[in-house]
Design a protein around this ligand. Structure first.
Ligand code: KG4
Ligand code: ZN
Length: 351
């Protein structure tokens, strides 16, 4: 089955052609990083305007790189939410009109589930139960996945997402946007133990994550002991990165010991981070489990992962009707995708 995936939930306009959920024929991404860089973050209004301009050429490019004619596509998978409503609406409206014109099925995909499926391409088949740590600019969740398509959130962030913490701390250090890769680069020449940050404890004892205290601790450290050299700044970046990685991986390890998955998944933009990958690999080795990461270009937002997730739902006969619309509140917990066109009754934004 040839699926055209379309992703426009945040600041990447992306389209991909994927065969049977596992073989990428093409994956095209138009990033808006340069557009938003002067503002130090994504400006929603600018993002949706840019998606509107890019969506058609990006889809055309994906089809041409795949060597596929429009009429050869069997189905369309489009990100339905969560994300920025204006951005989501561009992808959803475009995908719906295309599906309607071609007379083919369309399925709305949860962006976070898309990240889970980003490991479908360069790894062996995921064995269930699985445990997935999804760490991006907008989300930080740890899922127990008892069987394919069923999700239970076992840990989530109480405040900032991990990527957001990287971005904010990078800003404090006067580094560029997005901050994750900048911090990682600086941390490489730093020493991890030089600046130590204590792990946030959630007062009600839940295994949730919290990164806003860490951000405040970095800000206090900067005010009290401003870095006097590049080495000081690098040590600070290394200490911060280590605190985030330790919080993420130690929680995943603890929860995995409890839920006993057969596969670990670490995905999302922050999964580009090598320190996180190494720590997750060590934890997986201690648990004698395989850990799968997406290849680097599939860690950040892309449409191949949306097509892979869509393939799973389409095979189950789940498809949307023409009332499909963006849903910024979409959650990946006991998701109820509309089956055979029946609406799910969630809060909707009309297209
Ligand atoms: O998945 P993604 O492209 O978009 C969202 O769905 O949010 O993730 C983007 C996030 C940004 O916050 C960025 O700073 C972070 O991923 N990121 C990294 C690295 N590369 C990207 N964080 C830490 N280390 C990296 N190497
Ligand atoms: Zn994402």
């Amino acid at each position: 089955m040839l699926i055209l995936g379309i992703e426009s939930s945040c600041d990447e306009t992306a389209a991909a052609v994927v065969r049977d959920g596992r073989e990428i024929l093409s994956s095209v991404i138009s990033s808006q990083i340069e557009l938003h860089r002067p503002y130090g973050g994504v400006v929603p209004e600018l993002a949706s305007r840019e998606h509107l301009e890019k969506i058609e050429p990006i889809v055309t490019e994906a089809l041409s790189r795949a060597g596929i004619a429009m009429k050869e596509i069997d189905a369309i998978a489009v990100t339905q939410g969560p994300g920025l409503v204006g951005s989501l609406l561009v992808g959803v409206s475009y995908a719906k009109s295309l599906a309607f014109g071609l007379g083919i099925p369309i399925v709305g995909v949860n962006h976070i589930e898309g990240h889970v499926y980003s490991v479908a391409f360069d790894n062996p088949q995921v064995e269930y139960p699985a445990m997935a740590l999804i760490v991006s600019g907008g989300h930080t969740n740890l899922f127990h996945i008892p069987e394919e398509g069923k999700y239970k959130v076992v840990s989530r962030t109480r405040d900032d997402a991990a990527g957001e913490a990287f971005d904010k701390v990078a800003k404090m250090l006067g580094l560029g946007y997005p901050g994750g890769p900048e911090i990682e680069r600086l941390a490489r020449s730093g020493e991890t133990g030089k600046v130590k940050f204590v792990k946030a404890k959630i007062s009600d004892g839940t295994p949730d994550f919290s990164f806003s205290g860490l951000k405040t601790a970095v800000s206090r450290h900067l005010a009290e002991t401003p870095p006097e050299s590049d080495q000081d700044a690098a040590d600070l970046a290394a200490g911060f990165q280590d605190a985030v990685v330790t919080a993420l991986v130690s929680t995943m390890e603890k929860q995995a010991a409890e839920y006993r998955p057969r596969t670990l998944i670490v995905a999302g933009g922050v999964a580009c981070n090598l320190a996180l990958r190494e720590a997750a690999e060590k934890a997986a080795a201690r648990l004698s489990l395989p850990v799968y990461f997406p290849s680097k270009h599939l860690s950040t937002d892309n449409a191949a992962m949306i097509a892979a997730s869509g393939y799973f739902h389409l095979r189950l006969g789940q498809k949307a009707g023409l009332d499909l619309t963006a849903d910024v509140t979409l959650r990946l917990q006991n998701i109820d995708l509309p089956v055979n066109g029946k609406a799910s009754g969630r809060k909707r934004f009309r297209t």
